[in-house]
Design a protein around this ligand. Structure first.
Ligand SMILES: [Fe+2]
Length: 135
């Protein structure tokens, strides 16, 4: 069972972006599965590290598309990306400082984080993303 299921409401109409979003979801699902199986402590930090690296790649890719699509919201969109990245990096820092409560909070926070990013931000900017992909 996964905490997160892909759904058509998340589609942007750009296959590459959708594929990247699915990979972001896979990290959250992997963390959920590991916590359920009692393996959280060994994988949470690794997944957070991978998630941070991949999120940076994804945001860079997406921001380039928005620029090419001449999106009128590109500035605020990039600022929201930075805030989202800051959230995950903050979690990682708290873990590094020994805050084990992060395990329990992390999943819900990451899920909300992703839903906000994918559904509200990207699906909402789908037309500009598609223009960028075509241009
Ligand atoms: Fe995205």
């Amino acid at each position: 069972m996964s905490i997160f299921e892909w759904s058509p409401i998340y589609e942007t109409g750009v296959a590459e972006i959708d594929r990247q979003h699915q990979r972001l979801m896979a990290y959250v699902n992997e963390m959920f599965d590991a916590l359920v199986a009692g393996r959280g402590e060994t994988v949470v930090d690794r997944i957070l590290d991978e998630l941070i690296v991949y999120t940076k790649e994804h945001f860079t890719f997406e921001e380039e598309m928005l620029r090419r699509g001449d999106d009128d919201d590109v500035g605020p969109h990039i600022a929201r990306h930075q805030a989202l990245l800051h959230t995950v990096e903050g979690l990682r820092s708290r873990r590094a400082a020994g805050d084990v409560r992060v395990d329990g909070d992390t999943l819900g926070l990451l899920r909300d984080w992703l839903v906000t990013h994918i559904r509200d931000d990207d699906a909402g900017r789908a037309s500009a993303v598609r223009r960028g992909a075509a241009g």
